[in-house]
Design a protein around this ligand. Structure first.
Ligand code: ZN
Length: 244
């Protein structure tokens, strides 16, 4: 059983299509949220996700569109994109965002959430102190997260209480160990921020107990042109080239 893990698509249809073409032989997809926001193809991306028939979590951008997250949490460019997106969305796609869940259970002690178990929509797990708190407060083997757009893995060793972080900005591999617990971010499809502009996704193999992170190139200039033509802030196009 293999699960494709996709997150933070942010209305980037070129990146989403390149990833879906690249993923071979998964039994199921899960989507960790932020289907929309920032990019120029919100309806297309929602419809593509609907077509995967996958379990899907809502992210802070998805829930800002539906009024469940206050728009004042966002910076100027993000706010502009949220307002623009809400004008573009078809009714049925708005309703799809409205009904997204906040958490997925993949199997015993393996879960997925957009931000963190403590605050599913808004908290970023960016450092070992925050990860340490989450490992101590919540009972889990693996938590898959999105939200930061940084592909990487925090692991907690139960034998010596040591926390490690592995950066997966160029892809990577986790072999799930008996004595460790994990918080894994498979990265962002539509707006990577770890210095690598290529789209990021993961495959969780339940038979072999591994997680692989892959990076895929896509036609970035096409995506940037659509953002500019839509009248969205130019910074949202520029940052795609740098993966920041
Ligand atoms: Zn996001």
């Amino acid at each position: 059983m293999k699960i494709g893990i996709i997150s933070d698509i942010h209305s980037n249809s070129e990146a989403l299509n390149s990833v879906l073409e690249n993923i071979k032989e998964v039994d199921e997809f899960i989507c960790l949220g932020d289907i929309v926001g920032y990019g120029a193809d919100p309806n297309y991306c929602i419809e593509k996700i609907k077509g995967l028939n996958c379990r899907c979590i809502g992210g802070n951008h998805d829930f800002a569109i539906t009024g469940k997250v206050n728009i004042n949490y966002f910076n100027y460019a993000a706010r502009a994109a949220i307002l623009w997106t809400s004008l573009q969305l078809k009714k049925e796609n708005f309703n799809f965002l409205l009904n997204l869940r906040k958490k997925i259970k993949l199997k015993d002690n393996v879960f997925a959430v957009h931000g963190s178990p403590q605050d599913p929509l808004l908290e970023y797990i960016l450092d070992k102190d925050t990860a340490s708190f989450i490992f101590s407060k919540y009972d889990f083997k693996i938590y898959f997260i999105g939200h930061s757009h940084l592909a990487g893995c925090f692991s907690f060793n139960e034998d010596n209480n040591k926390i490690d972080y592995n950066n997966f900005s160029n892809g990577g591999y986790v072999e799930i160990s008996k004595n460790k617990r994990y918080i894994i971010n498979c990265g962002s499809i539509g707006q990577p921020r770890d210095g690598n502009p290529r789209a990021s996704y993961g495959i969780y193999d339940l038979k072999y107990n591994t997680v692989n992170i892959y990076r895929v190139s896509y036609p970035i200039n096409l995506t940037k042109g659509k953002i500019i033509n839509a009248g969205l802030p130019g910074s949202l196009a520029d940052r795609l080239s740098y993966g920041r």
